[in-house]
Design a protein around this ligand. Structure first.
Ligand SMILES: Nc1ncnc2c1ncn2[C@@H]1O[C@H](COP(=O)(O)OP(=O)(O)O)[C@@H](O)[C@H]1O
Ligand SMILES: [Mg+2]
Length: 312
């Protein structure tokens, strides 16, 4: 049998381009070592043409953020009839937009920190700024201000007082036309990676950033955060976290793999922050770390994700 050809899509123009290039390079190496023929594609306007020429057996999407993770590339691959790794178009759209995901969580009874969300028009044309005292009272400070669709903690700021809100909002709006103001959860940060055709949860990773929160720097610099696998939480809590994560993954319609970010507050209550449909494959990324903890090496992890696409 001739080798199957896998297009590894990476790079692109998102702000997480560099992370994606690292993820992509590691994925390509893993697939080559597993015996596949790989073709790395740094995604640009020639993408469709390149895919039409290459006619790969599948595409491995090693992209994060805009275009790669938000359903755009998935739509193109559907049109070209090329199987691809991870979630379909609709779950990708749902998960990339934190506001949309949180509305779905609320509708489905999945616990998530209380929030408000606005688009730019609300501020520029409708005087939304005058709601800030009400929001401050409802959510309490600090308030976490986030762009709706972004990753790697880019554009996220904590406003500790009302006077810090405008700068936090401006920062978030520089990343997206929609922003989220979310109640701060003090507690333990947990990440649950989900894997497989029949989705299963890998051991929970507890993140202890050495910075104020799990920001860009602490994510991608060795030694800037401590990771505990499995998380140091009571067994019953761990079972609850795992069950909740699988429920989130299924509720949003995800497939193949993903990662659910959860905060456990000081009284043990769980709050889902978000779900990532294409979590990182870098050396400090949480999915490979969780897989390793149950003896799934990086190459096997990558191949299992690919097989979900090929056999899907
Ligand atoms: N409501 C919150 N309470 C406390 N910390 C938060 C909250 N929301 C986000 N954070 C911190 O910010 C980080 C990034 O937030 P998250 O919603 O997961 O967005 P991203 O897509 O950038 O990962 C989290 O890993 C956590 O450290
Ligand atoms: Mg996150």
């Amino acid at each position: 049998m001739s080798k199957q050809t896998i297009a590894v899509l990476k790079g692109g123009r998102s702000l997480e381009r560099n992370i994606s290039l690292k993820s992509g390079a590691r994925v390509e190496k893993a697939l080559r070592e597993k015996g596949y023929a790989t073709e790395g594609i740094d995604v640009d306007e020639s993408l469709v043409k390149q895919l039409k020429d290459l006619k790969p057996d599948a595409a491995f999407i090693a992209m994060h953020g805009r275009s790669g993770e938000d359903g755009t590339i998935q739509e193109l691959l559907d049109i070209l009839d090329i199987p691809y790794t991870g979630s379909d178009v609709l779950p990708s759209i749902r998960c990339m937009d934190k506001v949309l995901s949180k509305h779905i969580f609320v509708a489905d009874g999945i616990p998530t920190p209380p929030f408000y969300a606005f688009n730019r028009d609300a501020f520029q044309e409708l005087g939304a700024v005058d709601t800030m005292p009400i929001i401050g009272k409802e959510l309490g400070y600090p308030i976490v201000v986030k762009p709706a669709a972004q990753g790697s903690a880019l554009g996220i700021r904590f406003a500790h007082t009302e006077s810090e809100l405008p700068a936090a909002l401006i920062s978030a709006f520089s990343f997206d036309n929609k922003v989220l103001l979310e109640k701060y959860v003090k507690g333990t940060e947990l990440a649950v990676s989900i894997l497989g055709k029949e989705p299963r949860a890998l051991p929970i990773v507890e993140v202890r950033p050495k910075t104020d929160f799990f920001d860009f720097e602490s994510r991608y610099t060795m030694g800037k955060a401590d990771y505990l696998v499995p998380a140091e939480i009571p067994e019953a809590a761990a079972a609850e976290v795992t069950e909740l994560s699988l429920r989130v993954f299924k509720t949003l319609g995800c497939s193949g793999f993903g990662r659910v970010d959860i905060m456990m507050d000081e009284s043990g209550g769980l709050q889902v922050l978000e779900i990532n449909t294409i979590p990182g494959f870098t050396e400090t990324s949480l999915l490979p770390m969780a897989a390793q903890a149950v003896g799934i090496g990086f190459n096997d992890l990558v191949e299992e994700i690919l097989l979900c696409a090929l056999e899907g």
